[in-house]
Ligand binder design. Sequence first.
Ligand SMILES: [Mg+2]
Length: 216
Amino acid sequence: MTEILDLSHVRLGDRPLVVCDVDDVVLHFAAPFQDFLRGEGHELLPRSFRLTGNIVSTETQIALEPTEVRRLIEAFFEAQENWQIPTDLVVQTLETLSKDADVVFLTAMPPRYREHRRRLLDRIGLTFPMIASEEPKGPIMQRLHAGRPLPTVFIDDMAHNLHSVREHLAECLLLHMMPDSPLHLLAPKPAEGIARATDWAHAAELIRGHIRREAA
Ligand SMILES: [Mg+2]
């Protein structure tokens, strides 16, 4: 049986809710992960939007086995505090938004690296509540928001997460934000009607517009 995800540490006020993915939205992932791989004697070839099959030994160019890929991803999450840095303007933007909205991080990382990520986010000054879960994001957003008559926003670099939230929270503003990494350029595109925020300044503008419209 899967346990019911504990959301009790997330206390929401009577105000808009802004939920952000972490990897490649709040913290860089694609670029530092590739640096990490190089240090291990491997490289990521952007042949398709997946890690398995595209991480090869630098020396032999032979693709690593799926179990080895998994091990490297976990080793990276274990060492994330030495590798991952915040994306441009994220700290100031979320700090400003948090004056009028609750900010929550929803990260699809294995939950056992929660403490590593928490420490890293705290060190950067991003002390907002965080949920680490590999479950689909739509149902989690739905539980969090619980039908309150307040604006919601969800930001992610992955189309499938944006689509999951759209299925469960029709009125939520969905923002697609991603780095222009060779890997991301191969990623499935979000469906029509999902806006792309080019950076955090643009995201803040779109979020403020949504909150204003909902309040009108
Ligand atoms: Mg992400």
